[in-house]
Ligand binder design. Structure first.
Ligand SMILES: Cc1cc2nc3c(=O)[nH]c(=O)nc-3n(C[C@H](O)[C@H](O)[C@H](O)COP(=O)(O)OP(=O)(O)OC[C@H]3O[C@@H](n4cnc5c(N)ncnc54)[C@H](O)[C@@H]3O)c2cc1C
Length: 398
């Protein structure tokens, strides 16, 4: 079996299937992809993720790690998060204080819908407008979608959002990885056959995959190829002529989730818990976490590491960053803080290669060619969504 890409998607797949298959993983850049530590001035920043998993120690990723006996420590948020509104932090249950009696009743009905009905293609924003039309609820949901998925409520169908809500009830909220992203990806990569080469072609004959060709024109034969490089790139390497028109049309319409992360050093700290802070009254920043509340080794002694996230809302990157920095000034007020690094995620290095709700299945129209990673998430968001898809592929190939 060949896996293209040693991102967390490729590594989790190899971990589950290595007992059944002999696996070669090809990686053109750094092992771990967007789930790796990025050491900077003594801080453990990251290439992408916030050193966290959406469903912490009880989500789909943790399930794979447990199943394969991969050592890890994930500390669940307690509370999962708080919400910053008008300069004050609130727990979820206290948000009800913003609502009238009638609005509380309506919110309970909406939560019931989310937990017990499937939803449909209606955009979440439209659904909320129709059912509640409440500004505070909309701000909370908008900030949650932005922080969690780099997406606007009008861009996610209720079927996907309801599924995420169900997963939160079932598997719990976010957890932070002790040691940061690399603690997981290094442990997953250990002992694997990783070949540091770029794949430039996926070879297909009569609609069946035959192998791959690397940048040195070497051919590696195999009748199973699993791609962790995103659906667009996968089709590019395979050749469009191998895919039906309606599949290509879906790919053409695919939207990447784009965002900006701002890394901050602070001695004072901004939150006193190990969950996330969803910021609801800011111009751009939608949330942050302070991973040093879980693992102080992610920053030099005496410092906290805070990472903020915002959805990229225009192509004017300079302006978007300025608005984010203004928000940070507002959030921190007179608390000590220093901007360490601003990272922009777009153009082939996004937050997600397919926005949540528009993912592809692991099966492609080409026999033997499968898809994992962040354009093939299932049921929930981010890496736990990637892991759910990997678990299903594992069942299929076992
Ligand atoms: C700012 C930000 C914050 C995030 N926060 C979180 C979070 O807190 N929690 C969470 O769960 N998720 C988070 N995510 C999402 C998460 O980081 C990604 O979903 C995940 O890392 C994607 O993994 P992947 O394996 O799909 O892709 P990648 O990590 O991109 O891996 C793909 C790999 O394939 C390699 N590759 C590409 N082309 C080729 C080729 N032709 N030949 C060989 N190798 C190739 C690449 O070099 C790369 O290493 C965040 C993302 C960002 C950007």
């Amino acid at each position: 079996m060949i896996i293209i890409g040693a991102g967390i998607g490729g590594l989790l797949t190899a971990t589950l299937l290595e007992k059944k298959y002999e696996i070669k993983i090809f990686e053109k850049g750094i092992v771990g992809g967007r789930f790796r530590n990025l050491p900077y001035r003594g801080f453990q920043l990251s290439t992408g993720a916030f050193h966290a998993l959406p469903h912490g120690s009880t989500g789909f990723t943790a399930r794979i790690l447990d199943k394969a006996g991969i050592p890890h420590r994930i500390i669940d948020g307690d509370p999962w998060g708080t919400f910053l509104i008008d300069g004050k932090q609130y727990r979820f249950k206290n948000l009800y204080s913003f609502l009238s009696f009638m609005e509380r009743f309506k919110v309970s009905r909406v939560l019931f819908d989310m937990r017990f009905t499937k939803g449909d293609d209606t955009p979440l924003g439209e659904y909320l407008n129709d059912k509640l039309n409440n500004d505070t609820v909309y701000r909370v949901v908008k900030a949650f979608c932005g922080f969690g998925m780099s997406i606007d409520p009008y861009d996610i169908p209720t079927r996907s959002f309801f599924s995420i809500v169900r997963c939160l009830y079932r598997y719990g909220g976010p957890g932070t990885v002790v040691g940061g992203c690399s603690a997981l990806t290094d442990a997953l990569a250990k002992g694997k056959n990783i070949i540091k080469e770029e794949i430039k072609e996926i070879v297909v004959e009569d609609n069946e995959v035959k192998g791959v060709v690397d940048s040195e024109d070497r051919f590696y034969e195999d009748n199973i190829v699993i791609s962790d490089i995103g659906i667009k790139e996968t089709v590019k390497l395979t050749g469009k002529n191998n895919f039906p028109g309606d599949y290509l049309k879906r790919i053409n319409n695919i939207k990447e989730a784009e965002g900006i992360k701002i890394n901050i050093a602070t001695k004072d700290g901004i939150i006193n818990h190990n969950g996330v802070l969803i910021t609801c009254d800011t111009e751009r920043v939608e949330g942050l976490n302070q991973v040093t509340n879980v693992d102080s080794s992610l920053a030099p002694k005496g410092y906290h590491l805070v990472m903020t996230h915002q959805t990229l809302r225009s192509n004017n990157i300079k302006k978007e960053i300025e608005l984010g920095l203004e928000d940070i000034e507002k959030i921190f007020g007179d608390k000590d803080h220093e901007i360490l690094l601003v990272q922009t995620f777009r153009n082939g290095f996004p937050v997600n290669r397919a926005v949540t709700g528009y993912d592809f299945d692991y099966k492609t129209p080409v026999q033997g060619l499968y898809l994992v990673g962040d354009s093939a998430k299932k049921e929930t968001m981010e890496v736990d969504g990637i892991s759910k898809n990997v678990l299903e592929l594992y069942e299929y190939l076992s």
